[in-house]
Design a binder for this molecule. Sequence first.
Ligand code: DON
Length: 302
Amino acid sequence: MKLGKILKQIGEEMASREERGRVAGYIPELAAIDPHQFGMAVALADGRVLSVGDADEPFSIQSVSKVFTLALALGRYGNQLWRRVGREPSGRSFNSILQLEQENGIPRNPFINAGAIVVTDAILAGSTPREALATLMTFIRTATDDDTIYINDEVARSERETGHRNYSLAHYLRSCDNLLHQPDWTLGTYFHQCAVEMSCRQLARAGRFLINSSGMPQMISSMRVRRINALMMTCGHYDGSGDFAYRVGLPGKSGVGGGILVIVPGRASIAVWSPGLNNLGNSKLGTEAVEMLAQRTHWSVF
Ligand code: DON
C-alpha cells in the first residue's frame, strides 16, 4: 500500500478514538489544548513530505527539543560531554530526583530532565541565554529550512513559575559541581528551549538531519547521528523506552506536549502529535499511530 494511503487510514482511525489520554496539566497553556487533535507528517529521504490531520498546527515540542540541544552540545564538546552525563536508560520518570544523588550528580542520560539541564548548561558556556537560544533556533530553523519557527514566551514563563522540580534538580547538580552557571541562568534557557513550537510538518523536516542519507541536511557528523539515534532508542521515552522500542522498533523522542519525533534510519523522519498522554507521559495516540505506521510500512531497525 502507498504511504499516503496508509497515513490517511491512520488519520481516520485516530479521529474515531474516544480514549485519547490526558493532556498535560502542569501549566495552563498545555492544560487548555484540545485533546481531539491529531497530526502526523513523514519527511522522506527522497525529499517528499506527506502528512495527515492537524499536521500544520503548531504545538509545544517540550522534551523533543532535547534532541537538538544534544546535537549542538556533541558538536561543540564531542565525547567530553560524557564526563557530565551518562548514556544509560534511567528506568525512571523524566523528572525523577532519586538517581541523581545515588549517582553523584551525573544524570543517567541527556534526555531525562537532569541530563537535559546539564546539556543546556554546556551549550550556554561562553554565551548569554539569549545567544545560546539564538544558536539553538538557528540550528532548528536551518535543519527545517524554515525561519518562522518561534519560542512561545508565555509557555516559557509558565514553565519558570511551576518548575520547582527542575529547580531542585539544577540546584542539586550545582551542589555536585555539574552545573557551570547559576540554576536560574541555565533553567531560563532550558524553559525557553522546551517552549519552542513547531507543527508536525516542521518537526518531521527538522528531524531529517538524523536520517543519515545523502541529500538530507548535514548538521553533524554521521557517526554522531548514529549515536543520537541510539540514545533516542534506549532513552527517548523515559521509563517507557523499552515499550516504545518493542512496539515501534524505531528511535524516538517524546515530549509532554504530545509530540514524538521518530527516525527511520536511511529512509524517513516522522513527527506525530496528539496532546493526550499515556500514564508514562508520552502521547497516547501518537505512540499508537507510529506503531501502526511501522507495522504497515515494515519500517524497523530490526
Ligand atoms: O521540564 C519539564 O518538565 C518540561 N518542560 C518538559 C518535560 C517533557 O516534555 C517530558 N516529556 N515527556
